[in-house]
Design a protein around this ligand. Structure first.
Ligand SMILES: [Zn+2]
Length: 358
């Protein structure tokens, strides 16, 4: 068994990978959504055994906020064998490796999760050796192997992305707050001036020029491939597409030698700035998962979905959404589904979140 569950996490992510046989399942938790999401999920997580990994992909509130009530609890709800989270001191170490001359800045409150990891005595970035930085620039002998046979290949971030976050960390978090939202994200108007969902002209949407995400916290996202029994999932966090492209090319993939991926959890909730035509061309993939309730940023963006559909018009595709909301429901139109050969999958009635067989 190998599944990805996209728990309800408002506009963010709270993902659970489960692998193994049903007698002995292993789990990785990736992000904890917002506070209310974690509180709703906590009874399910409490006592969960065989948690081989907890990843906090980056410091945006829609990924990390839920970790704060968790570490305030008297005892840890579960005991992860390792935690991957790049905190301020890791950024400094990455910067040193970059031999950069940026100035050091402080950020006290951002250390809440760091303190919590210490309080629970969890092992931290252990997989990455002495430096303990979850970075693709950490020398590793091939993919990491987790208990139960899950193979992980890190694709993002690099030391450059971590070093670039350092000044932002202080700026965003110095006021004793977690980063509340993506302040840099503004959306270009659709060329026609029409709302992109009003017509869903897939060809026109896909043809909009790609402009990449440049927000430093997203660039610092921990994104990776996870493989079990020959099945592969790409968990994109909110990573930059060019960083993932760079990593895939570094391990030998190209447009003529594409990576077979059974499920791609799209980066940044389907933002049009994080799903590039170039990245899609490196992947042999027909199943795409998107985590967002559409609040705050109106994700997923129609041009991102259009690029996915245009990239592979011939084969049947599946779009998995953990919320039935205006920006996802719009893709249910039968004429578009038929024209571009895809289907949409939503949580069932009375279900929260979506579990997908990888
Ligand atoms: Zn996010």
């Amino acid at each position: 068994m190998f599944t990805l569950t996209m728990h309800p996490a408002s506009e963010g992510d709270c993902l659970q990978l489960s692998w193994g046989d049903t007698q002995r399942l292993h789990h990785a938790i990736v992000d904890l959504g917002r506070t209310k999401n974690y509180k709703a999920l906590a009874p399910k997580l409490r006592g969960l055994s065989n948690v081989e990994l907890l990843v906090i992909s980056h410091i945006d509130a829609d990924h990390i906020e839920g970790a704060v009530p968790m570490v305030r609890e008297a005892s840890a709800p579960f005991v992860p064998a390792d935690v991957w989270y790049n905190a301020y001191h890791h950024l400094e170490a990455a910067e040193k490796r970059q031999a950069s001359k940026l100035h050091a800045l402080g950020a006290q409150q951002a250390e809440k999760l760091s303190n919590g990891i210490d309080k629970f005595c969890w092992s931290w970035n252990r997989a990455f050796g002495a430096d303990g930085i979850a970075s693709v620039d950490t020398p590793l002998d091939g993919p990491l192997l987790l208990e139960g046979g899950l193979k992980i290949t890190l694709l993002s971030p690099g030391d450059a992305e971590l070093a670039a976050l350092k000044p932002v960390w202080a700026r965003e978090l110095a006021a004793a707050k977690l980063r509340p939202f993506d302040p840099d994200e503004t959306k270009p108007d659709a060329p026609s001036g029409l709302h992109p969902l009003s017509t869903l002209n897939v060809a026109a949407l896909a043809a909009q020029p790609f402009e990449r995400d440049r927000t430093e916290p997203n660039g610092s996202s921990i994104a990776f491939l996870a493989e079990y029994c020959g099945r592969v999932v790409l968990l994109g966090a909110d990573a930059f597409p060019d960083v993932i492209e760079r990593s895939l090319c570094a391990i030998g993939y190209s447009q003529t030698k594409r990576l077979k991926v059974d499920l791609f959890k799209i980066s940044h909730h389907g933002s049009q700035r994080n799903t590039s035509p170039a990245l899609l061309k490196l992947l042999d993939c027909t199943r795409f998962a998107i985590s967002t309730d559409g609040s705050r940023h109106d994700h997923p963006d129609a041009p991102a979905i259009a690029r996915i559909l245009i990239n592979d018009t011939a084969r049947p595709k599946k779009l998995y959404f953990n919320f039935d909301q205006p920006n996802t429901k719009a893709w249910q139109r039968p004429e578009i589904k038929q024209a571009y050969s895809y289907d949409c999958i939503f949580p069932g009635k009375n279900e929260t979140g979506l579990t997908i067989e990888i």
